[in-house]
Design a binder for this molecule. Structure first.
Ligand code: CO
Length: 130
């Protein structure tokens, strides 16, 4: 396992990427993820990525986060081989999940979120790449 990416809630992807770009990181992909109502930019960093998340809709969970807490670190994503299997394991232990089933994420990944109450405040994303 490794950290797949760190998700950061931002109001403006280009503005948010400024410092990373000056440091030599690059946005390799920008896409919309309708399931999360966000525009997502990925900046590879070693075996991980920085994921900049910009809301596309007032009902976006990211917009709600921005309204409540302002921009900043939103979630931690861990790469797993099989999201559905991990979810089943956690569910069996009574762990509260945001997504009971995997949903499509950025870059064609299958993702699911664990409730932050179960991790002492960290929104944890499980992320499976094809
Ligand atoms: Co993410």
């Amino acid at each position: 396992m490794h950290i797949d990416h760190i998700g950061i809630a931002v109001t403006d992807i280009e503005e948010a990427a400024k410092v990373y770009k000056l440091m030599g990181l690059e946005i390799v992909n920008i896409e919309e993820v309708p399931s999360q109502k966000v525009r997502v930019a990925m900046l590879p960093l070693g075996e991980s990525k920085i994921e900049l998340l910009e809301p596309t809709d007032p009902e976006s969970p990211i917009q709600k986060f921005l309204d409540k807490k302002g921009s900043g670190i939103h979630h931690l994503a861990v790469s797993v081989d099989d999201v559905a299997a991990e979810l089943a394991k956690l569910k069996e232990q009574g762990i509260r999940l945001i997504n009971e089933e995997p949903v499509p994420g950025a870059g064609g990944a299958l993702i699911a979120f664990v409730h932050p109450k179960e991790t002492q405040g960290v929104l944890l994303e499980l992320c499976q790449h094809e």
